[in-house]
Design a protein around this ligand. Structure first.
Ligand code: GDP
Ligand code: GDP
Lengths: 265, 265
C-alpha cells in the first residue's frame, strides 16, 4: 500500500515535526538552512505499520520554499516535481511489456500546504502556488504552529483563508461525502479546514501516559488534545478515513488530466 | 522631544500590537492585507507623555514587507525612505535662513527589525536588508511572537541569529557602555539581544491589576512577565535608558556619513 505526501511550506513551519508526530517516526531530518539558492525536494521513504496495514510511505519536503529573495521559482520546482511523477507513470503505462502492479508509484497523493500563522490571511505565494497545484493534486491546507494563535483569532483566520481560497478559485481537496459510511464524519471535518495543527517530538508525562507536548513557562500544549489544536482531526482524515479516496482521485482525476494534456500535445 | 521608530517585518508579525503594548496606545491600525504589490511605508505620529517627558513619537510601519513573490524591492523602499529623511534634513541644514531647532526632524532614530520565529535562523531577506541598513540607522533585531518558541529552542535560536549576523558582518546597535550610569544594565541587556517579545492588546485580571496577556486554552502569556518574554527589557532599553543615545548616534554618525557621501557626489 503506497502513499505519497508532499509537504509544502517555508522553512521552520514545523513540517518535519508534524510528520514525526503523525507517523510516530523521527525522520532524522537535519534542520535545513534558510539560505538555499533554490528549492530542493527531498524525499524520504518509510515502511510503516498503520493499524494492521503495511504502508510504504514517502514524504517529500520542499526545502527552501519561500526563503529566496525572489520566490517565483519556489513553486515552479514543486509543479515540475509533481509533473515528473505523472510522466514516469505515463512512460510505464505506455510500455508494451509493462508491470504496473509492481511499479513503484511515486505520484503525489496529497499535498499538505503549510500556512504561516500570521493571523491575517494567505500570502501572495500561497495563493499563486495552490492555484497552480489544484488541478494536479489533492491539496489540504494546514495552519502551521497553531499554538501561536488564540481561539478567537483562529476562527477569524480560518474564515479569512477559506474566503481568499474561494475568491481566487482555488479548489482544495474535499473529504468525500458520497460514501455513506464516512459521509457524516467527513462533512463535519470539511467544516474545520484548514486544520490548525501543532506538532512535537517532546513528550510529557500525564498520569501514566507520555503525551506529545510543547512545554512553555505558561502552560503545556498537548498535541492530541482536541481543545488545543486539530492534530487529531488531521490524522483521522489523512490516515484513517480518506487515504484510499486520495489515491483514487490522484489516479482517476489528476493523472488522467495530465495524461490527456500530454498525449494531445 | 522627537523620536522616530521604523518597524520592519512581514505582515502579521505583531508589529502594531507590539507598538501598542510599548506605548499604551491603540494605533487604530486597520490590519493590512498580504497582497500589496509593493511595500508602502505608513507613518503615524503621536503626542505622548513618557515619565514626565513630552514625546512626539512617529512610528513608521513597512506595510507589505516580504509579502511579494519577489521580495527584492521590499528593502529598497525602506532604504529610500531612510535616505529621504536624511536628505530633507540636509536641505534644511544647507539653507541660508534656516531654523533647525524648530525643524520637525523625521530621521529614523531606531529600526526595530522583526524576525520570524521559525526557530531555524534568519531568512535571506533579513540578512540582505539589515546589511543595507546597518550604516544608515540603529538596528535592534527582535524575535517576534516569541510565545511560539519554547525556552530551550529560544536559546539556540538567539545564538544562531547572533552568529549569522556576525558572520555576515551586520552591525546591530549596541547599548552604550561608556556612560557609567548605564554601563552595567546595558552590558547585561546587550547579552539578551535579539529580544524575544510578545505583545497584546488584551488584558486579563491578575489580582487587582489588569495585565497585558495572550490567553490560550493551555495557559496565559503575560507580556510584562520577564520569565515569559523580553518585552520589559526592550521597553527599558528603548524608552527608558537609551533614547537619547540613539538620537545622538543617528545625528553624529549615520547622518554625518550620509551628508559626507552626498556632498562628495
Ligand atoms: N510553536 C510551535 N513550534 C513548533 C511546532 N512544530 C515544530 N516547532 C518548532 O519549530 C522549529 C522548526 O521545526 P521543523 O519541524 O524543523 O520545521 P520545518 O523546517 O518546516 O521542517 C523547531 O524549533 C520546532 O521545535 C509547533 O507546532 N508549534
Ligand atoms: N502569538 C502571538 N500573536 C501575536 C502577538 N502579537 C500580535 N499577535 C497576533 O498576530 C496577528 C497580527 O498582529 P499585528 O499586530 O496586526 O501584526 P502586524 O501586521 O505586524 O502589524 C494578530 O492576530 C495579533 O493578535 C504575539 O506576541 N504573539
Amino acid at each position: 500500500f503506497i502513499f505519497n505526501i508532499l509537504c509544502i511550506g517555508e522553512t521552520g513551519l514545523g513540517k518535519s515535526t508534524l510528520m514525526d508526530s503523525l507517523f510516530n517516526t523521527s525522520f532524522e531530518s537535519t534542520p535545513s538552512p534558510h539560505n538555499l539558492p533554490a528549492v530542493k525536494l527531498k524525499a524520504h521513504t518509510y515502511e510503516l505499520q498503520e493499524s494492521s496495514v503495511r504502508l510504504k510511505l514517502t514524504i517529500v519536503d520542499t526545502v527552501g520554499y519561500g526563503d529566496q529573495v525572489n520566490k517565483e521559482d519556489s513553486f515552479k520546482s514543486v509543479v515540475d516535481y509533481i509533473d515528473a511523477q505523472f510522466e514516469a507513470y505515463l512512460q510505464e503505462e505506455l510500455k508494451i511489456k509493462r508491470s504496473l502492479h509492481t511499479y513503484h508509484d511515486t505520484r503525489t497523493h496529497v499535498c499538505l500546504y503549510f500556512i504561516c500563522p500570521t493571523g491575517h490571511g494567505l500570502k501572495s505565494i500561497d495563493l499563486v502556488c495552490m492555484k497552480k497545484l489544484d488541478t494536479k493534486c489533492n491539496i489540504i491546507p494546514i495552519i502551521a504552529k497553531a499554538d501561536t494563535i488564540s481561539k478567537t483569532e483562529l476562527q477569524k483566520f480560518k474564515s479569512k483563508i477559506i474566503s481568499e481560497l474561494q475568491s481566487n478559485g482555488v479548489n482544495i481537496y474535499q473529504f468525500p461525502i458520497d460514501d455513506e459510511s464516512v459521509a457524516d464524519v467527513n462533512t463535519q471535518m470539511n467544516a474545520h479546514v484548514p486544520f490548525a495543527v501543532v506538532g512535537s517530538t517532546d513528550f510529557v508525562r500525564v498520569g501514566n501516559k507520555m503525551m506529545r507536548s510543547r512545554q512553555y513557562p505558561w502552560g503545556t500544549v498537548q498535541v492530541e488534545n482536541e481543545s488545543h489544536c486539530d492534530f487529531v482531526k488531521l490524522r483521522e482524515m489523512l490516515i484513517r478515513t480518506n487515504m484510499e479516496d486520495m489515491r483514487e482521485k490522484t489516479h482517476n482525476r489528476h493523472y488522467e488530466l495530465y495524461r490527456k494534456k500530454r498525449l494531445e500535445q
